[in-house]
Design a protein around this ligand. Structure first.
Ligand code: KG4
Ligand code: ZN
Length: 347
């Protein structure tokens, strides 16, 4: 049995978790997530404030995770830390802390790709959320459609050409006067909206599209965002219209995400679909995904909200795979703002 401490500081959550187990039989012993509320005031994450907040929180957050797991630092077999992608200043806090801990305890260090963490999140709660599957990772910074043949073997089918799905939600929330981060407020508002009053085009979803087309699996959300902007500007009574606009926006986004995921599952004959990232908290999306894919006999797995959004348990979970593959990071481990998810195979 192996026991791994995961650390996540890539954006505005300081998180630590302890997981133990072996292979796909891993159990979560603790998970602590400290969200930095301060960014709400600015309507977006301020990188330097995020980095400084991690610096003050990292020690107590890790101590709490160790305590909740009922273990001592000496009981750890490895430390895994997100080192890419993310805000470099924020990542450096976790990376430096992880290095110091690994060095002082004489245990291995692993650098984990944040999006690979999101890919493993559903497996923490669902025994069957393991490869092969189709994955849709939708967060504030990324939108990735992957075919996952095995852990560590990822075929990147599509990504966004402009805004990430969560970013589109957040920008639309801002246009509608909702708080930051706005995804969940847009979803709430859309529930009261009339779906027939506005209609926004579904980007890159042509009926006669073919798998060899370069936009078959690709995403683009900036057009819908502009459509929302025009609808807001053209509205004579925004208070009366905003729920209908939110509904039309969300319907457009969901239709696109579901259609592209269906295409991928179908093309690779996958029976499982795994969602990850903060936007996977959207229940309307999860329901639409289930309706469409379960009709084909597929199963859709979504992590619960705490594991869908940024957290260290998913980082530790991905680390089990990397650790068992024999991967180790040196004390020269660095942080990178962006880098491709490891294990990409040719499309
Ligand atoms: O994965 P995550 O916690 O952080 C990143 O790695 O970016 O994702 C955060 C994103 C934000 O854009 C937030 O608005 C969005 O997830 N989000 C939602 C919902 N809950 C969170 N988007 C749509 N509907 C939701 N219910
Ligand atoms: Zn994330």
């Amino acid at each position: 049995m192996t026991r791994i401490l995961g650390i996540e500081t890539s954006c505005d959550e300081t998180s630590a978790a302890v997981l133990e187990g072996k292979g796909d039989q891993v159990s979560q012993k603790s998970l602590v997530i400290l969200s930095q509320d301060v960014h709400r005031v600015f309507g977006g994450v301020v990188p330097e404030i995020a980095a400084r907040a991690h610096l003050t929180s990292i020690v107590p957050v890790v101590e709490r995770a160790i305590e909740e797991a009922g273990i001592k630092l000496d009981d750890l077999d490895a430390v895994a830390v997100t080192n890419t992608p993310g805000l470099v200043g924020a990542l450096l806090v976790g990376v430096s802390y992880g290095k110091a801990l690994a060095f002082s305890r004489g245990i291995p260090l692993l650098g984990i790709h944040h999006m690979e963490g999101h890919l493993f999140a559903a497996a923490l709660e669902h025994r069957d959320a393991v490869p092969p599957f189709t994955a849709l990772l939708i967060s504030g910074g990324h939108t990735l459609l992957l075919d996952v043949e095995a852990w560590g073997k990822y075929r990147l089918l599509g990504a966004t050409r402009d805004d990430a799905a969560g970013e589109a939600f957040d920008k639309v929330a801002k246009l509608l006067g909702l708080p930051y981060p706005g995804g969940r407020y847009v979803e709430q508002l859309a529930r009261e909206g009339n779906p027939k009053r506005f209609h926004f085009a579904r980007p890159m979803v042509r009926k006669n599209a073919l798998p060899q087309d370069d936009d078959y699996y690709a995403f683009s959300f900036s057009g819908v965002k502009t459509a929302v902007l025009n609808a807001v500007r053209g509205s004579k009574d925004i208070e009366a219209d905003k729920a209908d606009i939110a509904r039309a926006f969300q319907d457009s986004l969901i239709d696109t995400l579901v259609e592209k995921t269906w295409r991928a599952a179908n093309a690779f004959s996958r029976q499982r679909v795994v969602l990850g990232g903060g936007v996977a908290c959207n229940r309307t999306l999860a329901a639409a995904m289930r309706t469409r894919l379960e009709a084909e006999g597929d199963t859709v797995f979504t992590p619960s909200p705490r594991l869908a959004t940024d957290n260290a348990a998913m980082i530790a979970r991905a680390a089990f795979y990397r650790f068992e593959q024999g991967e180790r990071a040196g004390l020269d481990l660095n942080a990178y703002a962006s880098s491709p998810i490891p294990g990409l195979v040719a499309a």
